[in-house]
Design a protein around this ligand. Sequence first.
Ligand SMILES: Nc1ncnc2c1ncn2[C@@H]1O[C@H](COP(=O)(O)OP(=O)(O)O)[C@@H](O)[C@H]1O
Ligand SMILES: [Mg+2]
Length: 270
Amino acid sequence: MSSTSNKNILNTPPTGGERGTVIKADKLTKRFGDFTAVDQISFEVNKGEIFGFLGANGAGKTTAMRMLCGLSLPTSGTGRVAGFDVYKENEKIKRNIGYMSQKFSLYEDLTVKENIRFYAGIYGKSDKFIKDKTEFILKQLHMENEADKLVKALPLGWRQKLAFSVAIFHEPQIVFLDEPTGGVDPVTRREFWSMIYQAAESGITIFVTTHYMDEAEYCSRVSIMVDGRIDALDTPSQLKKSYQAKSMDEVFLKLARKAARSESNPTKTA
Ligand SMILES: Nc1ncnc2c1ncn2[C@@H]1O[C@H](COP(=O)(O)OP(=O)(O)O)[C@@H](O)[C@H]1O
Ligand SMILES: [Mg+2]
């Protein structure tokens, strides 16, 4: 079992920028009863960017992401993803994005190959496209010998890399990754980021949540969510300057300290 190479970890993340906006949220809000999980978040993501969506547990990241993926209707505010409206065009959004959910997103009782085929089939790609792409993925992941193994038999890091490959199988404009490296060892996390960079180089915009502050450094820009709001948004280097912090860890701690939600702040017990 070998692994993907690290050569695509770049020193400078892509800036996106001039090539247009692919995600735009304006005062996007989600309430569950009288609890506001996502509180008027506004931001734009440029084509080709790696956008890091940070926040402690319970900050509202998954809820925000599900609205942007067309999986959950906002309570108020507006949102456009890949040019489509999150209220009225969620089916079109789903066809134009990839989504790797926070909970395990493959079928454990299917083999590696069956999982790839299953997801490929959803997007109505030709048999030839599916065959070629399947071979490409197995080769890229060095998983040719695992093709007929059940996914549950693979180590977590491998499953996550496979889940990412599957999420971008149909070559979407944008891929949403919800804590894709949670619980994964540092070496595999770097390999995973190498795959993220490759996808970004191929033109896919990346929207990614993470707990790991070293990974925040790999992002073009980073937003930090606290109690449902976006409290900071900038490039990692600018954030460190603004918060007079040596690391993203320090930036994050300075912001998270203000959190009222008990999940977000271990010093405030529930
Ligand atoms: N379906 C739901 N009903 C009620 N509360 C929810 C629901 N989904 C999420 N929440 C609450 O919203 C807050 C944000 O959750 P979530 O978006 O999962 O945060 P994160 O992904 O940042 O950890 C949490 O307090 C969570 O308990
Ligand atoms: Mg979450």
